[in-house]
Design a binder for this molecule. Structure first.
Ligand SMILES: [Zn+2]
Length: 409
C-alpha cells in the first residue's frame, strides 16, 4: 500500500489538515489521520509538510498534437486562423509527427497537473499510443467530418478507431469525435447516435464555436446548433460539447435540461473569438460544466491551473459580476465536472475514488499567508508549483521527470 502525506488535502468538499491518503492498486483505499498511519502496511510514502494534495485536473477538451503550432497565427480571427493557417498545416501531418507532438503536448499537460485528457484529433492511434507511453488517463477520439473535404477525417476511420481501442487499455479509452455542427451532416450525426447507443460511446464535439458556424448551420438546416444536435438525437448524458460561445438563451435551456456537458475553454476562445460562452447561465440552470485547455496553438499553454483562473475571471467580466464563477465553481468544473462528463469515479479525494492525484509545493511566497487554500489554488498557484502527479495510483511525473517515458526536448 502507498501513502501520500500533505499539509493540506483539498477537493470541492473542503480542506483537511493532518491527514494521509492511502492507495491500494488504482484506488484511494482511505483518507486517515496522519497519526494512524503506523496501523497500516505502507511500503511507499510520498509527499510531506510542504505539499497541498488535490484531485488530478481533468482537461476535458484538447488537441495535444497541435502543440506543434504554438505561436503560429496568433491574434487572427478564428475562421481565418482555422481555414488559412491551421487546416493547410494539418493536411501535411504524418503519423510520426503526430506521435512526437502528442508526447510533448501530453507531457506539458501532466507537468501542469492534468491526470486526464479528452483529445479530439486525426491519427488518433498515435495520440492513444503517446498517452499509453506517458501513463496519463486519456479519452481519445478520431475526428470525423463529411461536409468538408478532409481525407484524414473520414467518418469510417472514427468508427474503426473506436472498435480498435474499445477494450485495449485500462487507461486509454476511445470516444466518438464528430468535428462540429457545421462540418457534420445530419445523416452522419444520426449514424453516430446509433453507434453511441450500441457501444455506450461518449460523443465529443465542437458546438457553436464561431459566429460563422452558427450561420452555416442556420443556412443549411434552418435551426440553431443545439437544436440541430437535439434533432439528430445526440444531446444526452453521453454528449460532451465544447465551447458553446454563441448559444442563445433558448439553446442554454435545452442544453441544461439534456444532461450533456459543455466544456469551457475560456483562454482559447477569449483569444480566438474575443468572446466568452454563457457558462454561468448554463451552470445556474443546472447544466454540467467541465474545463479544457483546447490546444497550445490557441491557448497557448496546456496548463489547467491557469485555465481555472482565467475561467473565473473572464466569467466575472462577461457577467459584470465578481460573485459569478467562484473559485469553488471553477475547481468543481476542473475536477468533478470533467469526471461526470467522462463517466469516471474521479475528482474527489475519498475512499473508492480513482487515485489520480497531484502534489503541489506550497512552500512558496505566493501561497502566503495560508489563509484560504482554495483561493490560493485558483488565483495564486502556477502550473510550475506541481511536483508530483499520480494516475491510477502510479507516480507518472516528479520534478520535471516522466517516470514511464523519457521526453527529449
Ligand atoms: Zn477544439
Amino acid at each position: 500500500m502507498k501513502a501520500i502525506l500533505a499539509k493540506y488535502i483539498l477537493d470541492v468538499n473542503g480542506v483537511r489538515e493532518d491527514m494521509a491518503v492511502l492507495i491500494e492498486g488504482n484506488k484511494i483505499y482511505d483518507v486517515i489521520p496522519k497519526d494512524k498511519l503506523k496501523e497500516y502496511d505502507v511500503d511507499e510514502t510520498f509527499g510531506g509538510e510542504k505539499y497541498l494534495l488535490i484531485p488530478g485536473l481533468i482537461n476535458a477538451h484538447t488537441h495535444v498534437a497541435m502543440t506543434k503550432f504554438r505561436g503560429i497565427g496568433d491574434d487572427l480571427p478564428l475562421d481565418k486562423w482555422l481555414n488559412e493557417v491551421i487546416w493547410p498545416m494539418e493536411k501535411e501531418w504524418s503519423k510520426e509527427e503526430i506521435h512526437k507532438w502528442a508526447l510533448i503536448g501530453i507531457a506539458e499537460a501532466i507537468a501542469n497537473g492534468s491526470t486526464v485528457i479528452n483529445d479530439h484529433y486525426f491519427f488518433a492511434d498515435e495520440i492513444a499510443k503517446a498517452a499509453q507511453k506517458l501513463g496519463i488517463r486519456a479519452f481519445v477520439g478520431q475526428t470525423m467530418l463529411d461536409l468538408v473535404e478532409f481525407p484524414i477525417a473520414e467518418p469510417e476511420d472514427g468508427f474503426r478507431f473506436f472498435k480498435r481501442w474499445k477494450d485495449r487499455d485500462e487507461l486509454v479509452k476511445p470516444v466518438l469525435a464528430p468535428h462540429a455542427t457545421d462540418t457534420v451532416s445530419l445523416d452522419l450525426l444520426k449514424e453516430i447516435k446509433e453507434f453511441s447507443e450500441n457501444e455506450k460511446a461518449l460523443i465529443h464535439m465542437h458546438v457553436s464555436q464561431s459566429r460563422e458556424e452558427v450561420l452555416r448551420v442556420k443556412r443549411r438546416e434552418g435551426i440553431l446548433p443545439v437544436e440541430y444536435l437535439k434533432k439528430a438525437g445526440v444531446l444526452n448524458e453521453s454528449f460532451i460539447g465544447v465551447h458553446g460561445v454563441y448559444l442563445s438563451e433558448k439553446e442554454v435551456g435545452l442544453y441544461a435540461k439534456s444532461g450533456a456537458t459543455l466544456v469551457h475553454c475560456a483562454i482559447s476562445l477569449a483569444k480566438l473569438e474575443g468572446s466568452i460562452a454563457p457558462i454561468v447561465d448554463l451552470w445556474e440552470k443546472g447544466g454540467n460544466i467541465a474545463l479544457g485547455n483546447d490546444c497550445a496553438a490557441s491557448n497557448n499553454s496546456l496548463d489547467m491551473i491557469q485555465e481555472m483562473k482565467f475561467a473565473a475571471i473572464l466569467n466575472k467580466v462577461r457577467n459584470h459580476d465578481p460573485t459569478k464563477a467562484s473559485a469553488k465553481d471553477v475547481f468543481y468544473w476542473a475536477t468533478l465536472g470533467g469526471a461526470k462528463a467522462l463517466k469516471i469515479k474521479a475528482g474527489l479525494i475519498e475512499k473508492g475514488y480513482l487515485a489520480d492525484l497531484v502534489l503541489i509545493n506550497i512552500n512558496k511566497l505566493h501561497f502566503l499567508p495560508e489563509t484560504n487554500i482554495l483561493s490560493h489554488l485558483v488565483y495564486s498557484a502556477k502550473g510550475s508549483d506541481i511536483e508530483m502527479v499520480f494516475v491510477d495510483g502510479e507516480l507518472i511525473y516528479q520534478l520535471g521527470n516522466f517516470t514511464k517515458e523519457q521526453i527529449i526536448f
